[in-house]
Every structure is written in C-alpha cells, then in structure tokens.
Design a protein around this ligand. Sequence first.
Ligand code: GAF
Length: 392
Amino acid sequence: MSASLVHAIHSDFQQRFGYEPMLVRAPGRVNLIGEHTDYNGGFVLPAAVDKEMIFAVGLNGGTAIRLVAHDLSETFELASPAEVSLSDTHWANYLLGVVAQLQQREVEIQGFDCVFGGTIPIGAGMSSSAAVECGLAFALNHLLGAGLDKMELAHVAQKAEHTYAGVKCGIMDQFASLFGRDGQVVRLDCRSLDYAYFPFDTKASRIVLCNSGVKHSLASSAYNTRRQECERGVAVLQQHYPAVQSLRDATLEQLEAHRAELGDVVFRRCSYVVKENLRVEAACRHLEAGDLAAFGQEMYASHAGLRDDYEVSCEELDVLVEAAKAAPGVFGSRMMGGGFGGCTINLVAPQHVDEFIASVSAAYQQKLGLKLETYQTTIVGGVGAVPVVVTG
Ligand code: GAF
C-alpha cells in the first residue's frame, strides 16, 4: 500500500472537511484465466493486486453528499440522498450507483463526504471501476452500520456498474476486490459463488502486466453485445436441452449439433465460453501440480479464443502476446479483462522479468512505434480499512 497516497487522501479530506474520516483501501485485480465466463455462470481465477484506490469517508452530520476525485481535483455535490440519480459527471456515477443500490436495500443514507484517488491505471483492464464501487460500499456499510456481508457488497457494487455505468458486467471484478487474499489467487464458481484460494508461488513466477495503452471507446457497448450473444446461444440450446440454464451447462457437442441454428457468430462466442471454462478447470489442476508450463499453455489458448472466436482483442494486444511468446522465461501470456485494449497478463520466471520487459518493450516499439508501460504486480488482500496515518 502506498503510504504517501494514503497520507495525501487523508490530508485532502481534513483540509476540505475539517474532521477525521475513515480510511479504506480497495485493490484492483488481475485475472489469470477465465475471461467472459463470469456472466455465463462459469469459472474465473482472479487475484487482488497492489494497484489500489484509497478512500477517506466520513458522515458529516447533515444531509449533503460531497464527493471529491482527488486525482482530477474535481468535486460533485448533492444537497441530500433523495437527489441521487444518474449524473453527467462520469466518475461520480460509480459512487452514486453504490448509494442508489444501498438505498434499494433499505439502507438509510446519511450525509457523507468522500475523497478518493488511486494508482490503478484507468482503462487498463485492472478494474478501477470495481475498486471505486467496492471501496465506497465497504466504507458506507461500516459507517452506517448496514450489516451487509462481503458477498452482498459485491452485488451492490456489481449492480451499481449495471445501472450507473451501463456495463452489464459479471461478478468477478467486485468479488476479487473484496475477497482478495495476500499471496493467493481465488477460483470462483460464478454460479454457486463457491470459491477456493490457491497459493501463488512468487519464487516460481511473477505476474507482469503490459499496458497496451489502448482505451477502446466502444468497449462497454461491445461487452454488452457479447453478453447478449451468449444469451441468444442459451435460448437456442434451451429449446433442445431444457437443462441448459447458462453456457456453464452447455457442451461443445451440443453447440456443434445446432451450429446452423445458432449461426456462425453466436456459435463461435458460445464455443469460446465453453472451452474457456474447461481451461480454467485444467489451469487450476496445473497450478496445484506446480506445472507452470502447462498453465501457460492454457493462457495462450485463452488468448487465441478471445482473439479469434470471442473477438475482443485488438492488434496491440495480439502484438504483445506474440512478443511475450518470443521473450525469455515466459510461461504464458494473454489479454486480460473485457478486452479491446488494456493489459496483457504474463507469467514470467523471476530471474527473467527484466529481460522480459526489455524484450517486449522493444518489440512493441519496433512493430507499432508505441512505448510500453509495464507493472510488476504483487497479490494482496481485499478491501479493508487502513489505519489513520499520524503525521508529525
Ligand atoms: C470486465 C467485467 F467487469 C467482468 O465482469 C468480466 O466479465 C471481464 O470483463 C471479462 O472476463 O472486467
């Protein structure tokens, strides 16, 4: 955790509002494998990482809601919780969406102040939005004594994203931010919400993210379209196999048998999802066996599926994955998150990390003329309160 960031957010709050806030840290996430499976009732393997949002939040004793985006030096104010609705201020909507969701759950919102800022790169596919939602949900739950458990908070945050950010996301990002555990990845069954932690051995490999720097403006609409295509696939299969409630239940044989009826696009989207679920299960077995080479092969296959069948990759991400394949000490590489830009996630042998970064950066510059930003991430615990920093 960045002590200087905590200090900056804390002082900003005190200077503006003159009283002592609660401090909360909400991490971003990586996902080792299992992309676009969460909203299909499937499996994911994320972890919370050391890129984070820090919040200072306090009840102000009145009715006003005062929000401050520390990094942008922007403020947003409402006279009372009754005025909460979708706003024209993009960043405020992530917070207002959380308030609206708490209200829907009959939590009585009192006036509060919130200053937040962080180190999660925006649009890099590391879920800065989920961190923003989860951080405020956690703080308000605590300050208002609402008594929601972590899974309920994940649903509050997910619904905020649906209703106020317009992205019909699954539960992975909010779950990872809230349930992350130091040094461990977590396999989540997005249907039953059962989960299991797996130790991530940093002596054997490191997680390096390569940020393509591409932020696709159509990402949220394309994301929602993918979700609809999967739902269409389920609707077709259900006519033949009533037990299929989501793509989690479907098999490749069933898809093949109704290929013409599904149509080429829906067939490819659904095949990708069914295969990706199988890959997550295989990847977890490889992780338990300590077989990183086999794990990495699942990652490459995941990327190929996202590129060719799910069609959510882009040239920059493909170049980064190919460059990773050619670099020394790499177990696996693939695009991460919703797609159309953002980062690739790479598993790299610790002794080769520097060489890997140099090699992929050079290839990115040479092939596309672009400068690469990379992050060596550490797996950390999920959302939680942080002690107030005492300064001299
Ligand atoms: C985004 C969404 F928010 C997640 O729910 C998930 O679907 C992911 O894209 C793709 O796996 O991060």
